[in-house]
Design a protein around this ligand. Structure first.
Ligand code: B16
Ligand code: MG
Length: 218
């Protein structure tokens, strides 16, 4: 029996993946790395430093910089991202999400956040959505990021629930792998060809309703 929902943030609750992509693209192009849609997809759900490594690798520059230089690049990306966030308002909440969270709360489900982003508390506050979540996994305490199961396993733990009592919601391939590895039910939002490992797939967040999930699980 499902008792809790564990949410990814960027690309599921908030339309912030476009801001992440824009901020990375700015840095990538400065470093002479060509930006592609595939690269943008590969970065979803991946931590800041791992994202930087993927970008450098895509440009054949994995050995070009020292650790100290990489830290500067990562900080620069985050500054770009935080600047973009300043322009974010409630319109960045993805379609149907506010209603879905309200519905889950009204039906007594417990909710936690399993975002790889260090900026997730800021984003939730700015969108006035923090009240819906009983708990959050702090990504700085993880040994391994997505696709490792750790973050979604902890997402259940912090709610005091067993994995099989939880549904994880993700927009990234790496995130779906984490949910599946943790032994939870995976709900993916986006392109079914990319997210085919998920138990349930919806094209966009507007379809993310309790009724649709129950139908898919029946
Ligand atoms: P930060 P999620 C992830 O959040 C993003 O999808 C990913 O693009 C980003 O690099 C990562 O957070 C780290 O974010 O630089 O803000 O710590 O999708 O797991 O909610
Ligand atoms: Mg995401």
């Amino acid at each position: 029996q499902i008792k809790g929902f564990i949410f990814d943030l960027d690309g599921v609750i908030a339309d912030t993946s476009v801001y992440h992509a824009q901020a990375w693209r700015q840095l990538a192009e400065k470093l002479g790395v060509t930006w592609t849609d595939d690269l943008a997809d590969a970065l979803k759900g991946v931590s800041r430093m791992d994202s930087l490594e993927l970008i450098l690798k895509a440009g054949g520059k994995e050995a070009a910089y020292t650790q100290a230089e990489k830290e500067v690049f990562a900080t620069e990306k985050n500054t770009n991202y935080l600047n973009l966030l300043k322009g974010m308002d409630h319109s960045a909440i993805l379609p149907g999400i506010a209603e879905f969270l309200t519905d889950l709360k009204a039906n007594g489900y417990r909710l936690s956040l399993a975002s790889a982003s260090k900026n997730s508390p800021l984003v939730l506050e700015q969108l006035d959505l923090a009240q819906y979540f009983q708990a959050r996994v702090d990504p700085t305490t993880l040994k391994k990021g997505k696709p490792d199961p750790e973050i979604f396993a902890r997402g259940a733990e912090v709610l005091g629930l067993k994995p099989e009592e939880c549904i994880g919601v993700e927009d990234a391939k790496a995130g779906v792998a984490s949910i599946n590895g943790a032994g939870e039910t995976s709900v993916a939002i986006g392109d079914a060809t990319i997210l085919k490992a998920a138990d349930i797939i919806f094209a966009d967040t507007a379809q993310l309703t309790l009724a649709n999930i129950k139908k898919a699980m029946a």
